[in-house]
Design a protein around this ligand. Structure first.
Ligand code: HGA
Length: 612
């Protein structure tokens, strides 16, 4: 949801900005722009569409001798994705520039007031009011003017501001939008996310809400937006490296990330379970054993793919721990009447740890006295700092907009958490935990071994299906959320209309859609609801639906239902969601690629949704 990047230092700034934007492009690609200081003036370049369009425009300036600049890649919230609406935005004089991620909620009234004072606007964005508002307060102190302007603003922002008269000064601030500072030798950086900094530094400072940073060559200060007193902020060393955010020979980030899943799951599980004893250790969750024993309910909150992980976890936690679990979509949770207290644990699931609705949800939960745990992939992200505890998924940077390895790592973390609760509350004995702990570790090897074969079979299979207009995904029990996830994956990257259903629910409406044109993907492992699922598939076949089935190796009955069956090895029933996700991801990937879609950057989407 918009990426911002900034640099002050001794090196040539344009390549640094472009590289940073390339690494943030997953956050938005409606337009891109950058600005740098040159010979007492600001040079601004903007282009509609993807970053490559901006690269063409700035190509001849790539080696310009300038060491201060800011850049932006946009996911539009206010104003169409045009060049005029592309950031950076300027004030009336063109001497002050702003990049912004967030929404200025009172922009309309501010714009009217500023227009009445004579300011002339050149875009439809909410962001442009910031430039004019800072101009309105600016005499000779840029930092003071930024503070004064932000005091009048309502809403969310991560901003970078430059002024033509201060060639070695960059002012940045955040409130409810992510912003991280990088500290290098004689250089300072800002970025919306860590991958933009990785080629230059792994020393970072996470800015908190309402903090303001003043960056100069090799120096910086941090204070609150509304208080000039300096803060002493910790510098964190990130253990990701730049290569982890590259494609490593794969055609797309998504495909690379699908293939990284065995390692990502293993990284998430490693060191947290001792397979020989079944002992699970999660020291960072911020709950002691007495807290856990007193819990009466768990409330899971998430958006999109993370919400599907939460739905799977409900089955696990209720079955193995015997604790009631409710699952909410964060944008609903944050505004509904919540019945929470200190005996309800709220678990927020988010790859980025910055998802605006989920963050707002945990703030509400905390204010009602609930303990908050987050399951998150980004070390130091806002949710991990605000929650009482965290379980990190160690999936490494996920760049593809469609989440893959973050999802299966979330499932692994949630499964571990289930085992841990079972251990502490005495609902799972050590033999059971040993069986499931070793099963989870062994599953990584199974997925690793199956991936190449599955990809090959799915590539051949999709020739019959890639032109479909609609698709249904069905499953039952713990695999029902995987049907939802499969449908979401397909629609987001191939633009085929797809729906996920609990197989038993079809006859209550959706079966009316079935005809000989409707592909239905059935998840049908040999599990406790196998016979029921098969009956639902028979009902579809009886109405000429085109079945594609994913089931257990050796299940001949499936071959009688459809000529298109993908077989998977038998694993512990509760671990099927992790395994059955893999072919669903590959099917979506191969169909989208076959249709010529931009797999890593699907239209209208951005990865981390940091606006409401
Ligand atoms: N509101 C600004 C910034 C968009 C944004 O942060 N999106 O996530 C705009 O529309 O340009």
């Amino acid at each position: 949801m918009c990426g911002i990047v900034g640099y002050v230092g001794p090196r040539r700034v344009v390549p640094i900005l472009l590289e940073g934007l390339r690494r943030l492009e997953y956050r938005g690609y409606d337009s891109a722009g950058l600005v740098y200081h040159h010979q007492g003036q600001l040079q601004r370049f903007r282009a509609k569409g993807k970053l490559v369009n901006l690269e063409e425009v700035v190509d001849e300036h790539i080696g310009v001798a300038s060491g201060t600049g800011i850049g932006h890649t946009r996911w539009a919230t206010h104003g169409a994705p045009t060049k005029d609406n592309a950031h950076p935005h300027t004030d009336c004089s063109g001497e002050l520039v702003v990049v912004h991620n967030g929404i200025i909620e009172n922009y309309s009234s501010l714009r009217s007031e500023l227009t009445a004072k004579g300011h002339v606007f050149s875009s439809e964005t909410d962001t442009e009011v910031l430039a004019h508002l800072i101009e309105e307060h600016l005499e000779d102190d840029l930092v003071a003017a930024v503070r004064a302007a932000l005091a009048e603003v309502e809403g969310s922002y991560a901003v970078g501001v430059l002024w033509a008269r201060e060639p070695e000064l960059l002012v940045a601030a955040r409130n409810q939008s992510p912003l991280v500072m990088g500290v290098g030798e004689e250089a300072c950086f800002i970025a919306s996310d860590i991958p933009a900094l990785l080629p230059y530094t792994r020393e970072v400072i996470f800015l908190d809400d309402m903090e303001l940073a003043v960056l100069e060559k090799g120096r910086y200060t941090i204070s609150r937006v509304d208080d000039a007193q300096l803060l002493d902020k910790a510098v964190t060393t990130i253990d990701w490296n730049a290569a982890m955010a590259e494609k490593a020979g794969f055609r797309h980030f998504m495909l690379k990330e699908i293939f990284e899943q065995p390692q990502a799951i293993l990284n998430t599980v490693s060191g947290r379970i001792i397979p020989d004893t079944g002992l699970v250790e999660l020291p960072e969750i911020g709950l002691d054993e007495a807290d856990i024993r007193q819990l009466e309910r768990i409330s899971l909150v998430a958006c999109g793919t993370s919400w599907h992980a939460a739905l799977v976890a409900k089955y696990w936690l209720e079955k193995w721990v015997g604790i009631p679990v409710e699952v909410d979509i964060a944008s609903e949770f944050r505004y509904r009447h919540l019945l929470l207290n200190e005996r309800v644990l709220t678990i927020a699931i988010s790859q980025s740890g910055e998802t605006a609705d989920t963050l707002a949800g945990i703030r509400r939960a905390s204010s009602l006295g609930a303990k908050v745990l987050t399951i998150c992939n980004v070390v130091g992200s806002t949710m991990t700092r605000e929650a009482d505890g965290v379980i990190y998924t160690h999936a490494g940077p996920e760049i593809g907009v469609a989440s893959t390895k973050a999802f299966t790592s979330q499932l692994a973390a949630l499964f571990l958490f289930t085992l841990y609760l079972g251990q502490v509350r005495g609902t799972m004995d050590s033999a059971l935990r040993r069986e499931y702990g070793s099963g989870l570790i062994a599953l990584c090897g199974v997925i690793e071994a199956e991936l190449p074969r599955l990809q090959k079979e799915i590539r051949a299979l999709i020739e019959k299906y890639y032109t479909a207009r609609d698709f249904l995904f069905v499953g039952r029990g713990v695999n029902f959320p995987i049907a939802l996830e499969g449908a979401l994956k397909l629609k987001e990257i191939s633009y085929i209309h797809a729906e996920g259903y609990a197989a038993g629910e079809l006859k209550h409406g959706p079966i009316a859609l079935i005809d000989d044109d409707m592909p239905v993907l059935g998840l049908v492992p040999r599990d406790g609801v196998y016979q029921k699922t098969v009956s639902n598939l028979e009902e579809i076949k009886a109405r000429q639906g085109r079945l594609v089935l994913i089931g257990t190796g050796g299940d001949q009955h499936l071959a009688g239902l459809s000529e298109d069956v993908l077989y998977l090895p038998e694993v512990l029933e509760d671990l099927n969601p992790l395994l059955y996700t893999i072919p669903a991801q590959l099917l979506s990937y191969e169909i989208a690629h076959r249709r010529g879609c931009d797999v890593d950057q699907p239209r209208n989407l951005a990865k981390s949704v940091t606006v409401e």
